[in-house]
Ligand binder design. Structure first.
Ligand code: MN
Length: 133
């Protein structure tokens, strides 16, 4: 696959091991540096330490909901500018609205379309670059 990632760092929060591997392999194949986390409770600390250019999070997580996690990330002054892409098995319109209301910039439903997934990632990273982040 084409290497167009430019080495941007992406933090993925996903408790399903197969999905985490799929997302990680896909993004690494596109040249991104990826760190995966299964436990959403660790995400805020990892994000502060890693300073990723993008955060991808599942919504259905144990211990903390992805919506709550998005709200925490967006409440953090340093992390608020980092774009967030939510990935969830839900596909209903109200779910997308809740994800966006929590502060996520993008929403992709599972099972993912590989092209759509990569397109969204590239779009969010391009936006962040334009914003001077
Ligand atoms: Mn999950």
């Amino acid at each position: 696959m084409a290497n167009g990632g430019g080495g941007a760092k992406i933090l993925i929060v996903e408790d399903n091991a197969l999905n985490l591997k799929l997302f990680s392999d896909l993004l690494r194949a596109h040249g991104y540096r990826v760190e995966g986390l299964a436990d959403g409770r660790e995400a805020l600390d990892r994000a502060r330490a890693l300073r990723p250019e993008l955060i991808i999070t599942d919504i259905q997580l144990p211990h903390i909901s992805g919506l709550e996690l998005i709200e925490h990330l967006k409440s953090d002054r340093d992390l608020a500018p980092v774009p967030i892409m939510a990935v969830t098995a839900y596909a209903g319109r109200s779910d997308e609205e809740r994800v966006r209301a929590a502060g996520a910039e993008a929403y992709v439903s599972k099972p993912i379309s590989v092209m759509r997934f990569v397109d969204e990632v590239q779009g969010l990273l391009a936006l962040a670059t334009v914003d001077g982040k």
